[in-house]
Ligand binder design. Structure first.
Ligand code: GDD
Ligand code: MG
Length: 352
């Protein structure tokens, strides 16, 4: 069985972070996002290949995973000549595949048991199975109504507030039978949500829903990107470093350098190559990426800092996401959930 990870979107809602780092490889703590999905797929013994469906900045994604050694799965990259939309991308990536396929949107983090979903799909002899998750506000997602027997009655992508009839939405995780893909037109953009799923309903194909009430989040906006870090710090989702780390203590790489007189307040995460200088304070919900430098007396809290950024002496940084290779000047003050792009220079004493 193959899995396809849809990882070709532009990640516009995470700009400017995604200008140089495509969304599928934005770091979540110390690992590129797709690592978490690959780990989840490894729980399905039948999956013998993971296909990354790429379009936007494919090289930057290939650079992260290389030939797949280190992921523990066989990886294959399929790069579309032009963005084909979610449906077109699946058909394009699934050329020559005849067996059942597991598909993930390349930006959802969840605790769903993929084996159970595959088994459910088989028991129901379904053409398509979709995982649903309950959310408070479905307008940003695909609303899915189901019958009492689990069949999908209606799929409505990005409903208006007055169209909301239930709280279950498309979690972006599917099991599909490729013999239905001939209805996806070739070489044009085609949406699985707006066209393929409605077509299954129209043609009365066996299209069923698997409702999961476990952890689920789409990391595609700054708010959700911060949220997933908080949730992992709080133990609502564990994966990556949190599979083993003690969340009640600061998590500090053995290859980080913490000078005398530094205050670390859990939960916080400090990656390899980081240097925190004397008198600095790293407060709760801080994430310092590889080789970040925090200078004397700086105060960092509730902030995600991407690799190679420098936070100057006495700076106060509470709340933002800061990209790579930035320099936050001496005594600068940032107290908001601002999103700061790579290579930003903030002059000394700037207040944001
Ligand atoms: N290869 C490829 N080509 N991938 C694409 C393309 C494309 O043309 N367009 C989008 N993708 C990928 C994105 O990278 C992302 O991983 C996934 O498809 C979904 O696209 P998003 O842009 O993140 O969609 P969304 O979040 O607005 O809505 C989707 O996800 C929701 C759950 O998070 C829909 O599937 C909704 O129905 C769903 O509820
Ligand atoms: Mg999304």
């Amino acid at each position: 069985m193959k899995a396809i990870l849809l990882a070709g979107g532009k990640g516009t809602r995470l700009r400017p972070l995604t200008l140089h780092t495509p969304k599928p490889v934005v770091p979540i703590f110390d690992r590129a996002f797709l690592h978490y999905q690959i780990d989840q797929l490894k729980q399905v013994p039948e999956i013998d290949e993971v296909i990354l469906s790429l379009n936007y900045q494919p090289r930057r994604i290939e650079d992260v995973f290389g030939d797949g050694t280190g992921t523990g799965v066989r990886l294959r990259y399929v790069v579309e000549p032009a963005p084909l939309g979610t449906g077109g991308a699946i058909r394009y990536a699934a050329q020559h595949v005849t067996d059942t396929i597991v598909v993930f949107n390349g930006d959802v983090m969840s605790s769903v048991d993929v084996n159970a979903v595959v088994n459910f799909h088989r028991e129901r002899k379904a053409k398509a199975t979709i995982v649903l998750t309950p959310v408070d506000n479905p307008t940003a997602y695909g609303l899915v109504e189901t019958e009492s027997d689990g069949r999908v009655r209606r799929f409505l992508e990005k409903p208006n507030p007055d169209e909301i009839t239930c709280d279950t939405i498309n979690a972006g995780i599917y099991v599909l039978e490729p013999d239905t893909f001939d209805r996806i037109p070739k070489d044009v953009s085609y949406s699985i949500e707006r066209a393929y799923f409605p077509s299954l309903i129209e043609k009365h194909d066996m299209f069923v829903a698997y409702i999961d009430r476990g952890y689920w989040i789409d990391i595609g906006t700054p708010e959700k990107y911060i949220q997933v870090h908080h949730d992992m710090f709080d133990g609502k989702f564990s994966g990556g470093v949190f599979a083993t780390a003690d969340r009640t203590q600061p998590i500090v790489s053995p290859e980080a350098r913490i000078d005398d007189g530094v205050t670390l307040v859990a939960p916080c995460f400090i990656d390899a190559g980081v240097h925190v200088k004397g008198g600095a304070r790293i407060g709760p919900y801080s994430v310092l990426g590889r080789s970040v430098l925090v200078e004397e007396g700086a105060d960092v809290e509730n902030t995600i800092v991407w690799p190679n950024t420098r936070i100057g002496q006495g700076a106060v940084v509470h709340g933002p996401i800061i990209g790579r290779n930035c320099h936050i000047g001496r005594n600068a003050v940032m107290k908001s959930a601002a999103v700061i792009g790579d290579k930003t220079q903030l002059t000394d004493y700037t207040t944001l």
